[in-house]
Design a protein around this ligand. Structure first.
Ligand code: 1DF
Ligand code: MN
Length: 345
């Protein structure tokens, strides 16, 4: 199939980490372990240096040159959409978070200038300081050529359905760029029943956290206030496509009955927002029945390919996507043109 390939493979949820930020992570682990137990479980593991698996991930995260391109070539990936790994700057106090977002965006933009045919990127922003986040998003898009922003779910327990964050959405809508709502470990209030059995990670907790966050954004009316806002979520929509029928039914019934003050009438059905304002990627979910289900439920134009490099760097997974029983035209949408349209690549 490779010899006569008629599409590019664009991977849309690919991570990097500046060495300086990892030094700051090590400092939190050593000196402030109570800051966020989810962060401790995640980065305590990846920075533990006890096993090849975390060591290899951390080495690959820091490379924005030859090793990354070699890995892309080995897997047949033509372009990566790269962004700062989770939880990015969202673990820091506001002034530090704002500064690290700026420096890591500059670092990513430099790498994209070195490898313009292979890399694109999204900006890190600090939701802790919404006006600064909006300003940095504008700088990153206008001056650095980045294609949108990543936000790694909750920011020290706070969710984006709180209107204090909405100027970030206003900036994204005005700049006509998407926000990638990427996972991180569940917020402190949700963590313990997961962490006591070790499933708060990307195994399960990431998806619950980020699916809940997306649901909160929709039911709060964000898309009625910002109807052109585009959100991208990974891991085949963090299970929301599977829940869609039941959420539509129960959300509608609860709103009509006035069941909860935060369940307010919306202009559209819950599922309409998922289909019209949200795009999903296949990161970590190279699984034929699940991909076909999401394409059937949301439409061929809404599902984008992603690998989740380097966390799930499995070149064999590309074969699964190559071999999906869909038309060549639809395969090109999945691998290339949907990403080109959503991120304006
Ligand atoms: C993991 C997975 C870590 C994802 C990530 O960032 C991450 C992991 C720290 O395997 O622990 O982004 N992921 O998106 O699935
Ligand atoms: Mn990821």
């Amino acid at each position: 199939m490779c010899a006569e390939r008629t599409f590019l493979r664009i991977a849309t949820e690919e991570a990097f980490a500046p060495p300086e930020m990892l030094r700051m992570y090590r400092d939190i682990i050593a000196n402030d372990p109570g800051r966020d137990p989810g962060f401790m479980s995640l980065w305590g593991f990846f920075l533990s240096d006890k096993h090849d698996y975390p060591r290899n991930v951390v080495a690959r995260l820091q490379d924005l040159d030859a090793r990354r391109i070699q890995d892309m070539d080995a897997a047949g990936i033509d372009r990566q959409l790269i962004f700062l790994t989770g939880p990015g700057v969202q673990i820091f106090a506001a002034p530090e978070a704002v500064a690290v977002a700026i420096s890591s965006n500059d670092m990513l933009a430099d790498a994209i200038r070195r490898h313009p045919a292979r890399f694109s990127g999204l900006a890190a922003v600090a939701p802790q300081d919404p006006p600064a986040a909006a300003r940095e998003l504008e700088r990153a898009v206008r001056k650095l050529g980045l294609k949108g922003a990543v936000i790694n779910s909750h920011t020290r327990g706070a969710y984006l359905d709180d209107p204090s964050f909405w100027e970030i959405f206003a900036a994204a809508e005005a700049l006509d760029v998407p926000i990638y709502l990427h996972p991180q470990t569940p917020s402190p209030k949700m963590l313990e029943p997961m962490s006591e059995v070790g499933v708060e990670s990307a195994m399960f907790g990431f998806g619950v956290e980020t699916g809940l966050h997306t649901l909160r954004i929709i039911i709060s009316g964000v898309f009625d206030r910002f109807p052109k806002l585009r959100l991208v979520i990974g891991h085949l929509g963090e299970a929301l496509p599977f829940w869609l029928y039941r959420i539509d039914h129960m959300h509608g019934a609860a709103v009509r009955a006035g069941r909860h003050p935060r369940l307010k009438p919306l202009r559209r059905k819950f599922s309409d927002y998922l289909r019209e304002n949200i795009w999903i990627t296949t990161s970590g979910m190279a699984w034929e029945p699940a991909i076909l289900f999401c394409q059937q439920v949301l439409g061929m134009d809404r599902v984008l390919y992603a690998m989740d490099y380097p966390y799930q760097y499995l070149p064999a997974e590309v074969q699964i996507t190559d071999n999906l029983p869909i038309s060549d035209a639809d395969r090109k949408k999945l691998y290339q043109t949907n990403a080109e349209q959503v991120f304006k690549l």
